[in-house]
Design a protein around this ligand. Structure first.
Ligand code: ATP
Length: 274
């Protein structure tokens, strides 16, 4: 499906933006222009409440990463239509002020910098434009279970440890919204399970909402308060599933019938909308 959007469309906050939530209204995102334009996302409405964890699942190419990148203000303004409000601000403003940060699948650490140097990097780039960090680097490393690792280099860390550093870096400015794109996709299953409980433990120490893109249904069910199921051509939301498990959650939850029931509903929504 192709479409062309006005290049003058600004990426704006919603008309009456809620100051405490992420709000998307009728968001449409087009990659490219003219003949080559691809409608990656169409008609998306989504609200993420304070301290909510929302997962986005869907088949490859349905627009999950595109949607997440739009929330982070990482797409050209002209490609995004509709209103996006991050705690009453535009995505750009939210990212620049440190209200929002992002974790990617590959930890994206500079190999020539120590753990400490990697965590410090975004603070140096921002040079005072952001709010002051709430914790020291050492304190933040303690939070992610890597106390004493300041002087190590990325190559001296396991995949799970690198992702913890990436998380520590993202949390330095104490963001109110954390966006995660397949954060554990490159990890083996055992480490992944461990990182699920670790992420929830760390999240308990913050006041952040999390939006996480994942290909893993169990990961989505385990982490989330709500799961958004997307389908492709064009990328759109086809189901939203509430997950009511109490917190804190332990990995035993994954063996329960209720967990299986929710996972089944998600799988069915994905199959029905292939
Ligand atoms: N920079 C780009 N230019 C043109 N088309 C793009 C660009 N980025 C993504 N697309 C297209 O937009 C659609 C959505 O891509 P996106 O990466 O958001 O999907 P996804 O659901 O995250 O996929 P995956 O699960 O494989 O990562 C796809 O059809 C993709 O080919």
């Amino acid at each position: 499906m192709t479409a062309e959007l006005s290049t003058s469309t600004p990426k704006t906050a919603a008309p009456d933006p809620e100051p405490d939530r992420v709000d998307l209204r009728d968001v449409c995102i087009v990659h490219g222009r003219g003949e080559r334009a691809v409608v990656a996302v169409e008609g998306v409405d989504l609200t993420v409440r304070p301290r909510e964890i929302v997962s986005i699942v869907g088949h490859s190419g349905c627009g999950k990463s595109t949607l997440l990148r739009s929330l982070a203000g990482l797409l050209p303004h002209a490609s995004v239509q509709g209103s996006l409000s991050i705690l009453g601000r535009t995505p750009d403003e939210a990212r620049r002020s440190g209200l929002l940060s992002m974790v990617f699948q590959d930890a994206v650490l500079a190999p020539w910098r120590t753990v400490e140097g990697n965590i410090r990097l975004p603070l140096q780039v921002a040079r005072g434009r952001q709010r002051r960090p709430g914790k020291t680097i050492s304190e933040q490393l303690e939070v992610v279970g890597l106390g004493g690792y300041e002087k190590r280099y990325p190559k001296q860390l396991s995949g799970g440890q690198r992702q913890r550093v990436s998380l520590a870096r993202a949390l330095m400015m104490e963001p109110r919204v954390l966006l995660m794109d397949e954060p554990f996709g490159a990890l083996d299953e055992i480490t992944r399970d461990e990182m699920h409980t670790e992420l929830l433990r760390i999240w308990e120490t913050t006041d952040a909402s999390i939006v996480v893109v994942t290909h893993s249904i169990p990961e989505a069910v385990f982490l989330s308060d709500r799961i958004v199921v997307m389908a492709a051509h064009p990328g759109r939301i086809v189901d939203v599933v509430d997950v009511g498990f109490a917190r804190p959650r332990s990995n035993d939850l994954k063996d329960t019938p209720e967990f299986a029931r929710i996972a089944h509903r998600i799988r069915t929504a994905l199959e029905d909308n292939r």
